[in-house]
Each structure stands twice: as C-alpha cells, then as structure tokens.
Ligand binder design. Structure first.
Ligand code: PHE
Length: 370
C-alpha cells in the first residue's frame, strides 16, 4: 500500500512524532525504489508538488486542521518534517538502471592521465656514480648525522678547541648550546669527515668506506657557493696502507669517472686530520688540459688545464688516538682519507654555470638531466 497522509485526531507530542517518523520512513523507502529518470520525476512530484503533493497535504491536514492550542507545536513539527523530506527528495537518485549505466559510461578512446615520471637529481646521480666506482673496489657505504657535535666535527679530527684551523670551515652553530660542555655542542656538520670517527668507533680495522652526504657552511649563496652542498668522503684503514695506495686508488677512480685519458696531479696541502695532506687535480675534462677552447680561454679551469677535485691525505696518528681502543693503534695501522665536493663535480660534468640552479627545484632545468 502506498503511503497516504493520515488525519490526526490527537495532537499530542508523541502522536505527532509517530506520524512524522512514519512519513519519513515511507519517503526513504520510496526513494530507494527509484530505478530510472521517470521514477525519479514521479517520486519528486508525489512528495513535492505544490498541488496535492504529500507535503502540501501534510500542511493542510496536520497544520490547518490543528486545534488552536496545538497549532504552535504542530507548526514546529511540520516544519522539521518538511525540511527532512526535502532533503531526502533532493538526495534521491537513480540507483541502478540501464539509463544510469549509459550516463556513467567511460569513453575508453579518450587519452589517459599522464603521470610524469620522476628522475634522479643531477647531484644525486653524480653521487651514485662516484659511490659506484668505489663500491666496485670493495668499499662499503656509511652515513652519519647532519646535525653533529663539536667533538665529531672538530675535536676528534684533531682540531683542538680554539685552534685557528677551525676558522677554515665557516660553521653554522645550533643556538642555545652554551650550557653544554664544548664537545657536546651541536652544529651543522661542515664536512663528512666526522663519519670517519663514527665508523671507526663501530667497526674494527680493516675498513674501506665511502660516506656520501649533505654538509653546511656559512657561505652566502652565489654562482659557485651554497650554504648546503654534498660531499663524498673516503676512508681506508689497514696494516701497511701507504701514500702509494692513496695515489693509485684515486688515480683509478678519476679515470673511471672522467675517462681513461684523464691525468692526476697531487699538490701538498694541509688538513688537521691528515698528514701528509694533498689536493688532487685532474686534467680539465672540458679543454683536455690545454687551457683553451678553440681560440677562447677555458673558463672552468681558469686556463690552467687543471681542476681541483678533492682533498686527501694519510690519516693523522692523532685521529687514531681517539679510536685506539677499537683496534686503531697508530703504531699498527695506517690509512688514507679523501673528501670531494659532489656539486662542483656535477657543475663541471654537466657544464652548468650556477650552483643555485641545482637547488631551486625548477623542473624545466632539472628535466634536462633526466
Ligand atoms: N673534510 C675536508 C674538507 O671538507 C676534505 C678532506 C677529507 C680532506 C678527507 C682530507 C681527507 O675540506
């Protein structure tokens, strides 16, 4: 039996509530039966039509027919009911029918959604290449924290407190550390070298590791500087490691990275944690070492034909003293270390003239390397 609006004899709260809930239930049941657009239209008309729709009938029968003293209460009820029924009718939709299948059909001939494929950032790509060269030589990969203590970044690398060598690394210190002893104060690591000590604390010799990571220095950004950049550190420790091993390893690595024609050249340098220390130069892979490009001067090597690629040296015995108890007795073991700036190598490799481009996240720039 389809729902018909009953006459109300009794205008008590409870009978009004009962009549209203029966009406709502009936409307819900009818809404669920809507199968096509024609159903939907007659459902709407039956409930909402101004002339003789169910809501109009309710108005007439329940409101106009109410005794004077019940009118106010009945008015509130009827209004609530109308709002609810209107909601139900508005929400009603064709639930399943051939009409709706046709309406929901997908045009499979339309082009699909193209999801752009990501790619390695040129700096990370260069990093992976360099790490790959050393992995083939049997090196493993180690990592360490970017927020580092004074002890690991400086003290254990033979930069004593207040030593002027600290001035060579313009350090970004974490604020509010003054109450701590100096060696526990936090800073942003200025190089990946602290991971040398961290690894030697964990692993006994012999070790051969490379350490990729980000480092920070208080350098204002310009075409060749960035306060954040990337380094790859290397460390080999064993009995009888010599400067000859250092030269042979790095010469091989440079040829693997830049081509077998590349020549290497070591110049004396200084780092507190290596002794002796050197800077490694390779023949400019832009001009091939001539210093000229055609009749123009070669800019990347400043016409010298050589490009500095890293700092290196034999691990200073003072560094081993800090990890002596883990098998690194400077009388028994020796080792070499090196550290290179990845961003600079990526700049040279890809012929990019501004390091800032690497960090601005402009997809138009980055996708050229994908
Ligand atoms: N840590 C040094 C720097 O950042 C590079 C280096 C590493 C030098 C290892 C020697 C040995 O400048």
């Amino acid at each position: 039996m389809p729902y018909t609006v009953p006459k109300l004899n009794d205008y008590s709260q409870s009978s009004l509530a009962k009549a209203a809930s029966e009406c709502i239930a009936a409307c819900q049941a009818e809404a669920a039966q809507v199968r096509n657009d024609a159903d939907l239209k007659s459902f709407r008309d039956r409930w909402m039509a101004r002339k003789n729709g169910i809501l109009t009938q309710i108005n007439d029968l329940w409101l106009k027919g109410a005794p004077k003293d019940a009118k106010r209460e009945a008015g509130i009820r009827v209004n609530e009911l109308k709002a609810r029924i209107t909601e139900l009718v508005d929400a009603a939709h064709v639930s399943s029918s051939t009409d709706s299948l046709a309406a929901d059909a997908v045009d499979i001939t339309l082009p699909g959604i193209r999801r752009p494929i990501g790619a390695e950032h040129p700096v990370i790509k260069t990093m992976h290449e360099i790490v790959g060269v050393f992995q083939k030589l049997g090196y493993s990969v180690a990592e360490g924290p970017v927020v580092e203590t004074d002890y690991y970044n400086f003290e254990s690398l033979n930069f004593p407190p207040n030593h002027p060598a600290r001035d060579t690394q313009d350090t970004l210190f974490i604020a509010g550390q003054q109450s701590k002893p100096q060696r526990e104060r936090l800073l942003l690591r200025t190089h990946t070298s602290p991971v040398q000590i961290r690894t030697m604390e964990q692993m006994r010799p012999p070790i051969r590791i490379v350490i990729p990571g980000t480092v920070h220095r208080n350098d204002p950004p310009d075409a060749s500087h960035s306060p954040m950049f990337h380094q790859i550190e290397g460390l080999a420790v064993d009995t009888n490691i010599t400067f000859g091993d250092l030269k042979g390893t790095l010469d091989h690595a440079m040829k693997a990275l830049f081509g077998s024609n590349v020549k290497t050249h070591f110049r004396p340098s200084f780092f507190p944690f290596t002794e002796p220390s050197a800077e490694l130069y390779v023949t400019c892979f832009i001009c091939g070492g001539s210093g000229k490009r055609g009749s123009d001067p070669c800019r990347p090597c400043k016409q010298t034909g050589w490009i500095e690629v890293l700092g290196c040296g034999m691990v200073d015995p003072n560094v081993f003293e800090f990890v002596k108890d883990n098998g690194y007795d400077p009388k028994k073991v020796s080792g070499f270390a090196f550290g290179m700036g990845v961003d600079r190598l990526a700049l040279l490799k890809y012929g990019v003239d501004d390091i800032q481009l690497f960090f601005q996240g402009d997809v138009r720039f980055l996708q050229q390397f994908a």
